[in-house]
Ligand binder design. Sequence first.
Ligand code: CTP
Ligand code: MG
Length: 182
Amino acid sequence: MVFDIYTLVEAIWLILPAYAANGLTPLIGLCKNLHPIDGGRKLWGQPLFGEGKTWEGLIFGTLIGGLIGMVEMLAYPYLPFGISPEPLNIVPMSLLLGLVLGLGAMLGDLGGSFIKRRLRIARGRPAPILDQEDFLVGALLFSLLLVSLEWDWVVLLAVITPVIHVTANILGYLLKVKKQPW
Ligand code: CTP
Ligand code: MG
């Protein structure tokens, strides 16, 4: 079954470093003198990626992924996965897998911005679905370097990620942490 609690626990366990990377990288935007990855270069009259994609963000997101991967690895022995009536397929988490998930998320997000600029959507303007799924695609593709994925996880994550994303953004907007509700 795709939509059961076991699949949910397994999938969230795997993707947490990528969620953290994607969710916390906007904090980098509070810093000054950042270095855009495209260095101001353009393609077809539009920025290659745009000012919102910086080297600092890419590195920060990757490190956040690594940090969460390490925290999960250290927490694993203390978590009650054993009480599950069905044996769970919990991916062995590590610093390396966290870094790979974080980097994959950031590169997926970069790819999303590349597509947005080609569609002439300005930096920070919404692109439904793409804005929510780009980092997920990158993270899952990169995770294949170290993990065998179950299709159930991919389907479930593709469905719940936009829902979580939209809920978190609306909350952030209501709490005045975010300027736009997307
Ligand atoms: N960010 C960054 N470097 C990255 C990714 C994100 O510095 N590689 C920071 C930027 O401050 C960015 C913010 O995180 O504005 C939010 O990221 P995102 O919503 O992906 O970027 P947008 O500014 O909305 O730009 P785009 O339209 O390209 O998605
Ligand atoms: Mg955005």
